[in-house]
Design a binder for this molecule. Structure first.
Ligand code: ADP
Ligand code: MG
Length: 254
């Protein structure tokens, strides 16, 4: 085969091999390589490095899209001075390390409305997506509905298994789930299934004491809390509402 024939076939071969980055960059890179007399191995390595780097970027972009994280609620936009009860160093360590995720450790964020629970939960989610993990951020009530529908179709186990692909599941506002509304034992099934394997991050207005409004019976409440806290990091966010504070500072005369 002559060199011209090879060149003509390159785009098709790269498409077949699913190497879009090399398909885009090979003309420029090989030109540089020819001009600067690179050894063949250097040229190959340069092409592959680009493909690998862009592949990681594409994966992260996909993971960010599927995660459903609230936009802009990142750690660098979180003002730690507003919440003295939470150690910035501790949260930064969670955002920058993934040991907790690898062990299936849970994170529980407690506090009244407006103190930044959802923001901080989302921020840790964003950090884990950036680190290459898969995350799903969901309102707990939405997930309960989804799992109840699956249970009605006798597909609860499959639905819970499908959530396994997410290294981190952020359940926002657990305490908005009320057992009176429907069957909430699906949440218990989910907690049990992920226990010691896959992390949950839960935000709740109510501390454990009030959780018997969530689960169908006291025994299940105790069992759920037991599994959640066994390997967990609990952050108590007890401060004034950030929403209220920022509204007050915007008020004229303040
Ligand atoms: P919660 O979930 O506890 O009710 P949110 O996380 O929804 O509270 O916070 C309410 C609003 O205030 C959001 O817009 C959030 O981004 C912002 N907010 C709360 N705490 C902080 C903080 N410490 N730094 C920056 N923004 C914050
Ligand atoms: Mg919230």
């Amino acid at each position: 085969m002559s060199a011209t024939v090879d060149t003509a076939q390159l785009p098709a071969m790269l498409t077949q091999l699913r190497l879009p980055t090399i398909a885009r960059l090979w003309p420029a890179i090989t030109q540089t390589a020819d001009r600067e007399s690179w050894p063949a191995t250097k040229t190959l390595a340069a092409l592959f490095e680009h493909e690998i780097a862009e592949r990681a970027q594409r994966r992260t972009a996909r993971h960010l899209l599927e995660a459903g994280l609230p936009v802009g609620k990142t750690i660098d936009r979180f003002d730690f001075t507003a919440i003295p009860s939470v150690s910035k160093a501790r949260v930064m360590a969670l955002a920058e390390g993934d040991a907790w995720l690898a062990k299936g450790t849970n994170i529980l964020l407690f506090g009244p409305p407006g103190v930044g629970k959802s923001h901080l939960g989302a921020a840790l989610g964003h950090a884990m997506v950036d680190a290459g993990y898969r995350v799903l951020f969901t309102r707990t009530t939405d997930l309960v509905q989804h799992l109840q529908a699956a249970r009605q179709d006798l597909k609860l186990a499959t639905a819970i298994e499908k959530l396994d692909k997410y290294h981190l599941l952020v359940l926002d506002d657990l305490s908005y789930v009320q057992k009176s509304q429907a069957e909430t034992s699906v949440i218990f099934e989910l907690i049990s299934a992920r226990y010691e394997r896959r992390s949950l991050l839960i935000t709740a207005n109510q501390p454990f004491g009030a959780w018997d409004t969530i689960f169908p019976d006291p025994a299940m409440t105790v069992a759920a809390i037991d599994r959640l806290v066994h390997h967990s990091i609990i952050l108590e966010m007890n401060t004034d509402s950030y929403r209220r504070k920022s509204a007050e500072t915007k008020r004229p005369g303040k």
